[in-house]
Design a binder for this molecule. Structure first.
Ligand SMILES: Nc1ncnc2c1ncn2[C@@H]1O[C@H](COP(=O)(O)OP(=O)(O)OP(=O)(O)O)[C@@H](O)[C@H]1O
Ligand SMILES: [Mg+2]
Length: 295
């Protein structure tokens, strides 16, 4: 690619040094080409040449890693065509085979294999396939549920089951646990994340639930929902006023609109009693008048 007319941005991404770089560009825009050129310039640098096996080049897919290795190989060959005597380049070609141009998964595996003694795991470990690992998860989940059933004091677990377990079996709760487990695996510290989330759901007794993070989300959405209903009701009232023969519904519509407006005023005035209890009470006791029958 030495004859390529790089764009200004590409050249910047190729030559910038000693900082983190994030290159985001459309498909086919030349990201891989830029990265290959960056690598080539690093290994052909006159002042500080770097050996290719000292670089870590990580991709997401095997195909991308293979493409990357091939393109770096071609680029080295091209430099060699121009400068056949370059010992540095010949060495790079030889080193290419053991260079770390790899998927993120293979790289991590390599790190684990090289450090199993520090990690205290069996050096014979292998990667489970999808089926195998989901069977293991199911097994662990069943064991966990059985353990919880057999516990003397299983009150908390039974409450959980009652809230989230579905009617016939525990499947709903099991799915929930499994989904949660799979979800937290994308967090760098799954356990820590769980603890944090649990803490944010903690409501000290006697306190107002609407003051908690999630209580606020819920009460905000109640207010938003009511705002929407108010709009719809007001729109309905306008329509009724214009439509001949529908005036008799106006009284009930206006009453509903007034009810919603009152609720909103009440819920937005935060100086009143605990908002959560207030909402619960008001919404429970809310009644709707029936529309007059068509005569
Ligand atoms: N400045 C340039 N001038 C001419 N050709 C270029 C230039 N930049 C990149 N190309 C060419 O465009 C093609 C696509 O580039 P490349 O494969 O690097 O894109 P990419 O952004 O990695 O694409 P993808 O998103 O599909 O991975 C390649 O043939 C590359 O040589
Ligand atoms: Mg690419």
């Amino acid at each position: 690619m030495s004859n390529t007319q790089w764009t200004e941005e590409q050249l910047c991404a190729i030559t910038e040094r000693n900082c983190n770089l994030l290159v985001a560009a459309a498909a086919g825009a030349g990201k891989t080409a830029v990265l290959v050129e960056r690598i080539i310039r690093k290994i052909t640098d006159e002042k500080e040449p770097v050996d290719i096996d000292k670089l870590l080049v990580v991709t997401f897919t095997n195909a991308a890693a293979a493409e990357m290795r091939e393109r770096v190989g071609q680029a080295i060959s091209k430099v060699l065509e121009r400068d056949t005597g370059s010992g540095q380049m010949q060495r790079q070609l030889a080193l290419l085979g053991k260079a770390s141009i790899t998927t993120i998964h293979s790289f991590c595996l390599e790190v684990i294999r090289g450090n199993f003694q520090n990690l205290d795991i069996d050096p014979d470990f292998r990667i489970a396939d999808e089926t195998e690992s989901s069977l293991m998860k199911m097994e662990a989940l069943n064991e966990l549920f059985e353990e919880q059933y057999e516990k003397e004091d299983s009150q908390e677990f039974l409450e959980l089951l009652e809230c989230y377990g579905g009617n016939r079996d525990d499947q709903m709760l099991m799915d929930m646990v499994l989904n949660l487990y799979n979800f937290i695996q994308s967090s760098p510290w799954p356990r820590h994340w769980l603890d944090e989330m649990t803490e944010s759901l903690h409501v000290p007794s006697g306190s107002d639930f609407s003051q908690t993070l999630w209580g606020q989300v819920l009460t905000d959405s109640v207010i938003l929902e009511l705002e929407g209903l108010k709009e719809m009701m007001a729109h309905g009232v306008q329509m009724l006023k214009k439509a001949a023969g529908l005036e008799k519904y106006l009284v009930v519509f206006n009453e509903d609109l007034l009810n919603i407006e009152n609720l909103l005023r009440l819920f937005k005035d935060t100086s009143t009693q605990p908002l959560w209890d207030l909402m619960f009470h008001e919404l429970q006791s809310l009644g709707f008048a029936t529309l007059p029958r068509a005569s």
